[in-house]
Ligand binder design. Structure first.
Ligand code: HEM
Length: 359
C-alpha cells in the first residue's frame, strides 16, 4: 500500500466503491470511504464494531499495558467504561474544561513571549507549539490523573499525552501553513481578530466571537485529519455493512481523509475554503458523517472538547500577535504541503517561519 496508505486506499475506493475488503497477510481489513459507510460502521453497528484492532507498533501491545489503556482497550469492557467515565466527568467535562482555561491562556501567552524573543529568526512552528501543548496537558491532566486514577495514573496520563499532543500540534501547524498559503483567508482571520479583540491577550471566552477562525480550524481538519483512518476498530462479531458480511475479528477502518476530499461531497475539495463552514451547522461532534476528524460513536475522541479549544486558542494567538513570513523571502505558493503518514498525519517538511511582532 506504499508510504501513504490513506491515498492508496482513497484511489482504490474511486475504482471499487465505498466499502473495500483487503487481505493483509492473514488479516482481513475492511475500509469504509463514504459518509454512508461511516454511518453504518460507527452508528448502526457501533457496538459490534467498537472493539480495537491493536497494531503491532502500538505502545500498549502487551496485556498489562492494554489493561491500563483507553485508546488500545481491545474491547469496550468495564475497565474501558470506567476510564471513559473519568474522562467525561473529571477531565473533559464542561466544568473541567472551563477551569483549565486560565492554564491554557497562560501557557499560550508564555509561547507568545518566547516567540517575541525570536523576532526575525527562523522558528520551527511544530516544535514550539508541541512544547506548549505538552506543557498544558501535563499541568491539566497529570495532577488530576494522579488524584483520580491512583497508582495507574502515570500510564494513563502518558497515553493521554501522546493522544492529545501530536494531534493538536499537527492541526495548528497545518492550519498556519494553509493560511500562509492562502493570504485571502489569512486577511479575513486578521480582520476578524482586529474587529473582535480589543485587548492585548486573547481569552478562550473570545472564541465564540471568532466564527471565521473556527471555520479555518474545521477546514484544516477536513483536509488534514491527524488520524486519517481514525484508530483501527475490530468486529466483535459478524455483522452487515452495506449488505456485505463483515466477519468476526475483521479490522475495520474509515478513511476520513478520503471522505474529506471527495468531490461528490465537497465543492472544489482540494481548495482551502473556510467559508464552506460559515452559516453551516456542520460540526465535528460525530453526527455529520461527511466530517469526522474526531470519529463518532462510543469510541469518539474523549479529548474533543480540550483539543478543539486548544487548537483554536493557539492558532488565534499566533495570528493575533505576529506577522509570519517564510525564510529567504520564499514564495508562500511554493510552500511544501506534502504529508507524512505515521501515528498522526504530519507535514513531511516542518513548517519553518519567521515571526514579526505585530505593532
Ligand atoms: C485536534 C485534536 C484531536 C483529534 C483530531 C483527535 C482525533 C481522534 C480520533 C480520530 C480518535 C479515534 C476515534 C475512533 O477510534 O473511532 C481519537 C481517540 C482518542 N483520543 Fe483524540 N484527538 C484529538 C485530541 C485529543 C486530546 C487533546 C486527547 C486527550 C488529552 C485525546 C485523547 C484520545 C483518546 C484517549 C482516544 C481513544 C478513545 C477510545 O479508544 O475510547 N485526543 N482521537
Amino acid at each position: 500500500m506504499g508510504k501513504k496508505p490513506h491515498i492508496t486506499l482513497a484511489n482504490f475506493a474511486q475504482s471499487y466503491g465505498p466499502l473495500l475488503s483487503l487481505r493483509l497477510g492473514t488479516q482481513l481489513l475492511i475500509v469504509g470511504s463514504s459518509p454512508a459507510a461511516a454511518e453504518e460502521i460507527l452508528k448502526t453497528n457501533d457496538r459490534i464494531l467498537s472493539a480495537r484492532s491493536v497494531p503491532h507498533v502500538a505502545p500498549a501491545k502487551s496485556p498489562e499495558l492494554n489493561h491500563l489503556s483507553l485508546g488500545w482497550a481491545v474491547e469496550c469492557n468495564d475497565a474501558w467504561k470506567s476510564l471513559r467515565t473519568i474522562c467525561r466527568t473529571e477531565l473533559f467535562s464542561g466544568k473541567a474544561i472551563e477551569s483549565q482555561a486560565c492554564l491554557r491562556e497562560k501557557k499560550i501567552m508564555d509561547l507568545v513571549k518566547y516567540l517575541s524573543s525570536m523576532e526575525g529568526k527562523v522558528v520551527n512552528v511544530g516544535e514550539v507549539v508541541f512544547a506548549t501543548v505538552f506543557n498544558v496537558l501535563s499541568n491539566a491532566l497529570l495532577s488530576r490523573d494522579f488524584i483520580v486514577l491512583g497508582v495507574d495514573g502515570v500510564m494513563k496520563g502518558l497515553e493521554l499525552f501522546s493522544a492529545g499532543t501530536d494531534t493538536s500540534t499537527s492541526t495548528v501547524e497545518w492550519a498556519l501553513a494553509e493560511l500562509i498559503k492562502n493570504p485571502e483567508s489569512m486577511k479575513k482571520v486578521r480582520e476578524e481578530l482586529t474587529r473582535e479583540i480589543k485587548q492585548e491577550s486573547l481569552k478562550e471566552s473570545h472564541l465564540p466571537q471568532l466564527p471565521y477562525l473556527q471555520a479555518c480550524v474545521k477546514e484544516t481538519l477536513r483536509l488534514h485529519p491527524p488520524a486519517p483512518f481514525l484508530l483501527p476498530h475490530r468486529a466483535l462479531d459478524s455483522c452487515k455493512v452495506m449488505n456485505y458480511t463483515i466477519p468476526k475479528n475483521a479490522q475495520v477502518v474509515v478513511n476520513i481523509w478520503a471522505i474529506g476530499r471527495d468531490p461528490v461531497i465537497w465543492e472544489e475539495p482540494l481548495k482551502f475554503k473556510p467559508e464552506r463552514f460559515l452559516n453551516s451547522t456542520l460540526d465535528f461532534k460525530g453526527n455529520d458523517f461527511e466530517f469526522l476528524p474526531f470519529g463518532a460513536g462510543r469510541r469518539i475522541c474523549p479529548g474533543l472538547p480540550m483539543g478543539a479549544k486548544q487548537v483554536s486558542l493557539a492558532l488565534a494567538s499566533l495570528i493575533h500577535h505576529f506577522d509570519w513570513s517564510l525564510p529567504h523571502g520564499n514564495d508562500p505558493n511554493e510552500l511544501d504541503m506534502n504529508e507524512k503518514f505515521g501515528v498522526t498525519l504530519h507535514k513531511e517538511q516542518p513548517l519553518l517561519l519567521i515571526p514579526e511582532v505585530k505593532k
